[in-house]
Design a protein around this ligand. Structure first.
Ligand code: DPP
Ligand code: ZN
Length: 876
């Protein structure tokens, strides 16, 4: 398919201002549904006399204009896979082209729709997913985000099978229909683009609550889930209420309808969807309690419920003009959900987790074949741009604006943005303009972050002149060419920086030679920047604190210095980063092949590790991170080329053994000292303790000893986190506790999401491909369900290097075949799977050849646009 360019945007000649949809679901057999749409048009361009509507896999039954049968149309079938259509309608014969009504009747695929887009069956339920371009699977429309319309929706279906009939906005009317059917009518008073349309029909358990907004309006809250699982929705309800409160308190944004509904479905490509007043969620991001979800998944539920709720303002009330602007709503809303999590739980831990996403995933995307700016220039399949770049780097860009402006000015900017653009479809430029105008801070140069791809490398060099007592610090930046963009320019890079003395204390009030105070935020705006600081003694420079800019930092340290910073830096985030850097140095020392160097590095690390163990009780959540030696997959993310995954795996195992020898007994001692967690509660302290306990148990049992401690934790566990942690330790260290695994499988036989977590663990630790294939035989497995497929294949590709990168190339071939198979029915899933192979560019020659050979074979097959776009970029 032909790529779309950002520069090609054309405003609409006509707009659909009212949209009336009347659905009839005759749900017998392999049914298609029928919809009658009544669309009120208003002309925008006085010269225009025709327009084109998007459709996909629709059957047109009738077309009327102003109530008359209309024959001035042409239905064009576009070539290629996917049954794309364009309905060209000529209205030049009308007397009044400024306002008219079009009525369309068509059928749409439901029962056989395996795309999980448009309207489809999710198990027994009927649900919709329209973002970004899937409303066209429902009816002919301007399937683009800049057509804002008022929606009225009528749904008719079998009453017994589909007692709940839901759509956006407020319920208007319901009643009985013939043959045991019933209907419901919904009206949404806020104009919206069609990607925010939603429809749900089915039988559910529902829990209800209410929230009173700051201006005193009562809002009914309802969450719908699988029958029998109502209890597992309670946590999400508490998240929703806290999200609503937080958005009022921190952003001054209040909910606007009288009803807010969330529905959990079992088949869903994304995490969740922010449809106006009717969010639809992948059950994995909504359903869970202490007995079925880990602390980490509950935290994710909290975050995603917040994220989708926050979209009500940043996405729904103010939406995107075109899909190139996706980061306008996603980058901003990720920033908002990160702030929500930080304010709710622990700011440092949240920062560490967000930075991990950048360093472990986004940096690779940005140096690989699919590199793109947060606001892309060229797109074949929009589905392929729901990326860590658009979302997470997008959020980092918003965070830099926040850092440059400060909270107060940032909130002023938000207020101006809402005041100017409420009810509009706008661009990233509009957002930045509001921020700049409200704060008086010029962001013209900063805006390059929106259009330039690639990760800047920032180098910090320092020299201390003891004679003249001058510390010179030199910052420089460079962004290497990326697959999509050859020329790069200097970016505005805000670097939070502190200086440490020999005791590890922060030195403040430093001045440059001309008497200027050295700011804590150093803003690098050009290729380089030099500081000459007056100081009687040498200082360590610790920069990019809190990851104030999404850059790769290079700083010459010797190992001793790194170890010193890791042990002494007074800032928790900086300590985390220093320990990460030290871990990387250990791998590099081993890879150098120089044994003395490796031994020296390991010795240093073991020393630092001991002091970290001693501090662990100060902050269990943080030290659980600090005490986990970086896994091969984390280290792999640091590589730009010549990566040998199996070599990393090998080093990891050696270091684990060394850690166990040196500190296994200390881990046991500390385990015995850990305060009792008490009855399960979901909070930072308890979750931190559970995390730390797992880290220590893993360390203590590397050589198979102390299995009794592991059994004890399982036996006493009152929650899922401890149980799955035990299973993880058992499998990681091959403790052979098969009866525990059996107990687990019996206990959770009917909990699909729990078994997803189990299968992930098995896939991550499977000894060979046969053991992976074995996972496909579990009773819950369904190749059409993305949650099932991803929970096996993602850990295989990302975490199980031994099987994924087996000599004979079988792991790589397996992923390629799975992608091709999924491409036949779900291009979003296949495109996700093929992306697991797109790290080839950084692998050493053998792996690179194996992957490219598989990709070439794929490219010889007929592929969906989604998959074709990625394969083409890889082979370019
Ligand atoms: N549902 C996805 C999200 O919220 C896309 N909008 O990010
Ligand atoms: Zn979002």
């Amino acid at each position: 398919a032909k790529p779309l360019l950002r520069s090609d945007y054309q405003p609409l000649d006509f707009k659909i201002v009212n949209t009336d949809l009347d659905f009839y679901f005759d749900t017998e057999g392999d049914f298609r549904a029928t919809v009658k749409s009544t669309l009120d048009f208003e002309r925008q361009n006085p010269q225009a006399s025709s327009f084109s509507l998007d459709g996909q896999d629709l059957e047109l039954l009738s077309l009327k204009v102003n109530g008359q049968d209309w024959t001035d149309y042409e239905l064009e079938l576009l070539p290629g896979e996917g049954k794309f259509q364009t309905l060209h309608i000529d209205v030049s014969k009308l007397e009044n082209l400024d306002k008219f009504t079009v009525q369309i009747e068509n059928t749409l695929e439901v029962a056989n729709n395996k795309l999980l887009s448009g309207i489809y069956k999710a198990g027994e339920h009927i649900c919709s997913q329209c973002e970004s371009k899937s409303f066209r699977l429902i009816t002919y429309y301007f399937d683009r985000p800049d057509n804002l319309s008022l929606f009225t929706v009528k749904i008719t279906a079998n009453k017994e099978k589909y007692p709940y009939l839901l759509s956006n906005g407020n319920p208007v009317e319901k009643g009985e229909a013939a043959n045991g059917y019933h209907y419901a009518v919904w009206h949404d008073p806020f104009p919206k683009p069609c990607y925010l349309f939603a429809l749900v029909a089915g039988d559910f358990d529902v829990i209800s609550d209410e929230f009173t907004t700051k201006s005193g309006r009562k809002v009914d809250l309802q969450i719908f889930g699988e029958i029998g699982k109502a209890e597992q929705l309670r946590f999400a309800m508490s998240s929703l209420k806290r999200s609503m409160k937080w958005d009022e308190e921190r952003f001054g944004l209040e909910y606007d309808l009288d009803l807010f509904m969330i529905v959990a479905v079992s088949f869903f490509n994304m995490g969740a969807m922010e449809n106006k007043g009717l969010n639809i969620f992948n059950e994995s991001a909504l359903v869970g309690d202490k007995d079925t979800a880990t602390d980490a998944r509950l935290k994710r539920i909290d975050k995603v419920v917040g994220h989708e709720y926050f979209h009500n303002w940043t996405g729904d009330r103010i939406t995107c003009r075109d899909w190139f602007q996706l980061t306008l709503k996603e980058g901003l809303t990720v920033f908002r959900d990160q702030e929500f999590t930080s304010d709710t739980f622990d700011r440092t831990i949240e920062r560490i987790e967000s930075v991990k996403v950048m360093q472990n995933f986004q940096f690779d995307e940005d140096r690989g074949p699919t590199s793109h700016p947060i606001r892309p220039e060229k797109v074949v399949s929009q589905d392929n741009f729901y990326t860590v770049t658009v979302y997470d780097k997008g959020s980092e860009v918003i965070r830099m604006i926040h850092t440059l402006l400060g909270e107060e000015n940032f909130q002023k900017g938000m207020r101006l943005y809402v005041e100017r653009h409420d009810g509009q479809a706008v661009t990233c430029d509009d957002f930045v303009a509001a921020m700049a105008d409200a704060s008086g801070v010029n962001l013209d140069k900063f805006k390059l972050w929106y259009s330039q791809s690639g990760t800047p490398h920032v180098t910090v060099e320092k020299k201390f002149d003891s004679q003249n007592q001058i510390l010179s610090v030199h910052f420089s930046q460079i962004t290497h060419p990326t697959n999509d963009q050859a020329e790069k320019q200097a970016l505005v890079i805000p670097l939070k920086t502190v200086f440490l003395n020999r005791e590890g204390e922060q030195v403040t009030g430093l001045k440059t030679l001309d008497g200027e105070l050295v700011p804590e935020l150093i803003v690098l705006e050009n290729d380089s920047l030099s500081l000459e600081i007056a100081t009687p003694c040498d200082l360590a420079v610790v920069t990019n604190l809190d990851f104030s800019a999404p850059v790769i930092l290079h700083q010459e340290y010797d190992l001793q210095e790194r170890a010193f910073i890791a042990e002494h830096v007074p800032n928790e985030y900086a300590r985390y980063q220093a320990v990460q850097d030290l871990n990387y140095e250990i791998y590099k020392a081993y890879l150098s092949g120089v044994q003395v160097y490796a031994a020296q590095a390991l010795g240093l690390y073991l020393g630092v590790y001991r002091s970290l163990l001693e501090k662990a009780l100060d902050n269990p959540a943080l030290y659980a991170h600090l005490l986990s030696f970086s896994s091969p997959s984390v280290i792999a993310a640091r590589f730009e080329k010549d990566l040998d995954p199996l070599a990393l795996e090998n080093i990891y195992q050696q270091v684990q053994i060394a850690l166990n020898r040196a500190h296994g007994h200390r881990a046991i001692e500390l385990l015995d000292k850990l305060p009792a967690t008490g009855a399960y509660e979901f909070n930072v302290t308890q979750a931190g303790l559970r995390d730390l306990r797992k880290t220590l148990l893993t360390l203590a049992t590397v050589n198979g000893e102390h299995a009794d401690k592991v059994v004890e934790l399982y036996t006493n566990a009152d929650n899922f986190t401890d149980r799955i942690n035990v299973l993880g330790v058992n499998l990681t260290n091959k403790l052979g506790l098969d009866e525990l695994e059996q107990e687990f499988l019996t206990r959770y036989h009917d909990e699909t999401l729990v078994l997803d977590a189990y299968q992930s663990l098995k896939a991550q630790l499977a000894p060979d491909l046969e053991a992976i294939k074995q996972q496909f035989t579990l009773h819950t497995f369904d190749a059409h369900n993305p949650n099932r497929v991803r929970s096996i294949l993602q850990p295989l590709a990302r975490l199980n290097f031994a099987v994924m990168y087996a000599q004979d190339g079988s792991g790589i071939k397996f992923i390629a075949q799975q992608a091709l198979q999924a491409d036949k029915f779900n291009p979003q899933l296949s495109s996700f799977l093929v992306a697991l192979l797109l790290n080839f560019f950084k692998l050493s020659a053998r792996y690179q050849q194996q992957i490219l050979a598989e990709l070439k074979e794929l490219s010889a097959q007929p592929l969906s646009n989604n998959m074709q776009e990625k394969v083409d970029k890889a082979l370019e």
